[in-house]
Design a protein around this ligand. Structure first.
Ligand SMILES: Cc1cc2nc3c(=O)[nH]c(=O)nc-3n(C[C@H](O)[C@H](O)[C@H](O)COP(=O)(O)OP(=O)(O)OC[C@H]3O[C@@H](n4cnc5c(N)ncnc54)[C@H](O)[C@@H]3O)c2cc1C
Length: 398
């Protein structure tokens, strides 16, 4: 089938209106391909607070046509700082100033998830070729040579020319495409809180994404929303057996995993309020992202632990690459195959490295931690930039 015939027949259906799904709709629109986003929730939005964005995310914003809006709501931090949560001292930092920006062509920033999602949503609403539908719970699909029929939980069906499964970690589309069961429960429990900047200990109000690494636990903090608030994300590797998402918990429960770290690190937790908890999951990389006219994207394709702060960045890169691949090939099938081939190794690398970073950078103890400190303190700023080149120097299209 030629490109023209599949593009003109029906819209592309996108299951999921998260960062990945909306980015996919925008990327396709940039290439003249219309889409209908089917979101399960009653309204489009994002839960959780902050998100870190590497320079590769900014390459994507420009390609999605939202570069200016995305840049305007970001906080541009000066450093990525790694602290030893036992010894209460800096292990190393990476300067994010002019040299970093010149090397990677873009800055490193932190943003509120809601703000980022809002920028993508506004751009989707402004685009005539994008339709958005809420309360649309995609349960599965059928397909033939002419299109895909998506099944919704309310019994309705929706027809499209192709289906992109951007329905996240628990993707129903993936269940049919890949059939590899439930995600892997990592046993790592993450607690999140957002506090007014005035309540953050004064000596820790750094313009940095700071990571305090301790045995089987870590704390991350950074300023958000024009410095009005600080985002706190603390994680405890407590072998939690079941997945959990967004459950409110008392501060005493959060503190339980951090009694062994230095006082300054503990004081950060004391200031948190309204803690919510997640038990993190990921998956092993797979190459089965495609089934005929159906493809996976974002967490549905390659869910990863957050230790490289790249899940949303990878979802946006997927979106840009998907649209680019479809616009370059004659048939839908070859476009989807090209998309998968261009994305698989890069995302697999981030998935596996995120796990390894958890074990060897965020959570090691004893000699493992001493080795981490020795390796990381020995690196010069120039060596850090070389180390990060493969990730931040990429644009999702290689
Ligand atoms: C603690 C933590 C910190 C993180 N920090 C970072 C970071 O700093 N930087 C970064 O880049 N990434 C980070 N991530 C990862 C990032 O949040 C995810 O990778 C990203 O949000 C994935 O986007 P997505 O659109 O693929 O999936 P999701 O955000 O999960 O969106 C999926 C959407 O699909 C909808 N949906 C689900 N099921 C259905 C259905 N049946 N039918 C229709 N719709 C459905 C959902 O309601 C949702 O809107 C972090 C993750 C965690 C847990």
């Amino acid at each position: 089938m030629t490109r023209r015939s599949w593009v003109d027949r029906d819209k592309v259906l996108i299951a999921g209106g998260g960062i990945g799904g909306l980015a996919a709709a925008l990327a396709l629109a940039q290439k003249g391909i219309g889409s209908l986003v089917l979101e399960k929730a009653g309204q489009l939005g994002e839960i959780g607070a902050g998100i870190q964005l590497g320079p590769n995310a900014f390459h994507c914003f420009d390609r999605l046509g939202v570069g200016e809006a995305a840049r305007s709501m970001a906080v541009y931090i000066d450093t990525l700082r790694l602290m030893d949560a036992m010894a209460d001292g800096e292990i190393t930092h990476i300067d994010l100033g002019e040299t970093f920006r010149a090397r990677f062509g873009n800055p490193y920033a932190v943003v509120h998830r809601g703000d980022l999602h809002g920028v993508l949503l506004k751009a989707c609403r402004d685009h005539a070729s994008i339709d958005l539908r809420t309360s649309a719970d995609v349960t599965g699909y059928d397909q033939d040579e002419t299109g895909v029929v998506v099944k919704l939980a309310n019994g309705e069906t929706v027809r499209g020319t192709a289906l992109i499964g951007a329905d996240g970690l628990w993707s129903n589309v993936r269940r049919q495409v890949t059939g590899d069961g439930n995600p892997r429960v990592s046993g790592h429990t993450t607690y999140r809180s957002v506090i007014p900047t005035g309540q953050m200990p004064e000596d820790l109000r750094w313009n940095a994404a700071t990571l305090w690494a301790g045995p089987k636990c870590h704390i991350v903090h950074y300023p958000l929303s024009g410095w009005k608030v600080f985002n706190l994300v603390v994680t405890y590797h407590n072998d939690a057996p079941e997945p959990v998402a967004g459950k409110p918990v008392p501060v005493e429960e959060v503190r339980r995993g951090f009694t062994h770290v230095c006082q300054r690190a503990q004081s950060i937790i004391r200031h948190g309020k309204d803690w919510h908890m997640w038990v993190l999951c990921d998956r092993d990389p797979v190459d089965r992202w495609i089934d005929g006219r159906v493809a996976l994207l974002g967490d549905a394709a390659h869910p990863m632990l957050q230790y490289m702060a790249q899940g949303a960045c990878m979802a946006m890169e997927d979106a840009v690459c998907l649209a680019d691949s479809l616009s370059r090939t004659d048939t839908l099938e070859s476009g989807l195959a090209s998309y998968r081939d261009r994305r698989m190794l890069r995302t697999a690398r981030v998935q596996l490295m995120s796990r390894a970073m958890g074990d060897h950078v965020y959570h090691p103890a004893g000699p493992d931690a001493a080795l981490r400190n020795a390796i990381m303190t020995a690196k010069s700023q120039a060596e850090w930039l070389d180390t990060l080149e493969w990730l931040y120097g990429g644009n999702g299209l290689d």
